[in-house]
Design a protein around this ligand. Structure first.
Ligand SMILES: Cc1ncc(COP(=O)(O)O)c(C=O)c1O
Length: 392
C-alpha cells in the first residue's frame, strides 16, 4: 500500500479503509450491472460490471498491493483465475507443470487445454535439472505450486524464474497455500500469481473466489482483456466477503501456522503415522528453501497412515476437524486427497506422485492446538497396529 507500515497493518489501514463519500468503514457493495453515462462522447470509468465494478476493483487493488503487483483480477473461483491465465497460451505452446499440482488444475491442463493444442509436461519442480531438461523451444509457461498440494514439496522460486527468463517463458505461481502474508512471488520474479481466494485469503469457508496478480503493465493489459472476454468475474457480495476475510489474514495464518508446527511434530513422533509432510519440520526436504524464500511454513500439512482402512478408522473417530474438501479456514479441515482434491487424477498417476491411499491432508484452523492433538491421539488409538511381517 505504498506505506512504511507492516503487512499486518496494511491489511487494515489502506486506501479502502474509509469510503470517501460517506466515511463508511467497510467497502460499499455496488450491485449495479450497468452505469449511466453522463456524457454521450466520453464514457465514465465504469460502464458494465463485467468490465469493471467498484467493489470488485477494491479487492483487485487490494490484492495487487499486497502481492506487490501493478494489477489484480478477481474471478468467480480459483479455477476461473487459473483457466483465464492459461488463455494467455496459444495453440502449439507447451507448459511445464509442477508434478503434484492441484487436481482441478491437472484436469484443466490434461482434459481441456490439450483439446486446444496446448502441450504439457509434468515435472518434479524440486529438481531444477529435471525442469531444465524438459524445457522445449515452444515452452511458454512454467507453472509452479509451492508448497505443493498435497505433498508440500517446495520449489526454489528464484531457480525456476531464472530458468524461465533464460528460455523466454513466463512463470505462473499458485500462491494459495502461502498467501502474500508468507510468500511474495512477484518480488522473486514470477510473472503471474494465482490464488484460490476460497482458502486462506477469505478464510471462513463461505465464499468461492479466485485472484490473479501481475507485475508487468503489458501483461496486465493482456490479462484484463481475457478476464473481460472470458467473463468469469467475481460477484460483488463475494468480493466483499474476500475483502472482509483479508483483514484478519495475518493473525489467522500466524495462529494456524504455529498450531500446524505443533501438530506436525506430534504426528511425526506417533508410531502409527508413517510419514509427515510439513516444510516446518527441519528434516523436510524443502525446509531450507522454504526458510529462504518465505516468511513461514503455513498451516497445511499432510500425513500418511498405513492404508485406506487406517484412514477410514481415523476419520471415523476424529471429532474436531470437518472432513471436507478445501482448506484455509477458521475451522480445521481434514481431507482425503485420493477421493477429494486429487480425485480428478487417475489412480496410477496419483500413486506415482506419492498421493497414496493412506494420505490425509490437514488444514489447521484456529482451535487450540492441544485440543486438536488430543483429538488426533484418541483417533489414532483406534487405528490398528501395522501387522508385523516376518521375512524369510
Ligand atoms: C492450490 C489450489 N489451487 C487452486 C484451487 C482451485 O480453487 P477453487 O476451488 O477456488 O476454484 C484449489 C482448490 O482447492 C487449490 O487448493
Amino acid at each position: 500500500m505504498g506505506s512504511s507500515f507492516s503487512f499486518q497493518t496494511n491489511l487494515l489501514h489502506n486506501k479502502w479503509k474509509v469510503d470517501k463519500e460517506t466515511g463508511a468503514v467497510s467497502v460499499p457493495i455496488q450491485h449495479a450491472s450497468t452505469f449511466h453515462q453522463f456524457d454521450f462522447d466520453e464514457f465514465g470509468k465504469y460502464d458494465y460490471s463485467r468490465s469493471g465494478n467498484p467493489t470488485r476493483e477494491a479487492l483487485e487493488e487490494t490484492i495487487a498491493e499486497l502481492e506487490g503487483g501493478v494489477r489484480g483480477f478477481a474471478f468467480s473461483s480459483g479455477m476461473a483465475a487459473i483457466s483465464t491465465a492459461f488463455l494467455l497460451l496459444s495453440k502449439g505452446d507447451h507448459v511445464l507443470v509442477t508434478e503434484d499440482v492441484y487436481g482441478g488444475t491437472y484436469r484443466m491442463i490434461t482434459e481441456v487445454l490439450s483439446r486446444f493444442g496446448i502441450e504439457y509436461t509434468f515435472v518434479d519442480m524440486t529438481d531444477l535439472h529435471e525442469v531444465a531438461s524438459h524445457i522445449r523451444p515452444n515452452t511458454k509457461v512454467i507453472y509452479v505450486e509451492t508448497p505443493s498440494n498435497p505433498l508440500l514439496k517446495v520449489t526454489d522460486i528464484r531457480g525456476i524464474v531464472k530458468l524461465a527468463k533464460a528460455n523466454g517463458c513466463l512463470t505462473f505461481l499458485d500462491n494459495t497455500f502461502m498467501t502474500p502474508a508468507l510468500q511474495r512471488p512477484l518480488e522473486l520474479g514470477v510473472d503471474v500469481v494465482l490464488h484460490s481466494a476460497t482458502k486462506f485469503l477469505s478464510g471462513h469457508s463461505d465464499v468461492v473466489a479466485g485472484l490473479a496478480v501481475v507485475k508487468d503493465p503489458k501483461l496486465a493489459e493482456r490479462l484484463y482483456k481475457l478476464q473481460n472476454a472470458f467473463g468469469a468475474v467475481l460477484g460483488v457480495q463475494d468480493a466483499w466477503l474476500v475483502l472482509r476475510g483479508l483483514k484478519t489474514l495475518h493473525v489467522r495464518l500466524k495462529q494456524s501456522s504455529e498450531s500446524a508446527m505443533k501438530i506436525a511434530s506430534f504426528l511425526a513422533k506417533h508410531p502409527k503415522v508413517e510419514e509427515v509432510y510439513y516444510p516446518g519440520l527441519s528434516y523436510h526436504s524443502g525446509h531450507s528453501v522454504q526458510r529462504y524464500q518465505a516468511a513461514g511454513f503455513g498451516a497445511v500439512l499432510s500425513f500418511r497412515l498405513a492404508d485406506e482402512e487406517a484412514v477410514r478408522t481415523f476419520v471415523k473417530h476424529v471429532k474436531i476437524p470437518v472432513f471436507a474438501v478445501s482448506l484455509g479456514a477458521v475451522e480445521s479441515i481434514l481431507s482425503y486427497p485420493a477421493k477429494m482434491s486429487h480425485a480428478a487424477m487417475p489412480k496410477e498417476e496419483r500413486h506415482r506422485r506419492g498421493i497414496t491411499d493412506g494420505l490425509l491432508r490437514l488444514s489447521v484452523g484456529l482451535e487450540a492446538a492441544d485440543d486438536l492433538i488430543a483429538d488426533f491421539n484418541e483417533a489414532l488409538f483406534h487405528v490398528a497396529n501395522k501387522p508385523i511381517t516376518v521375512e524369510g
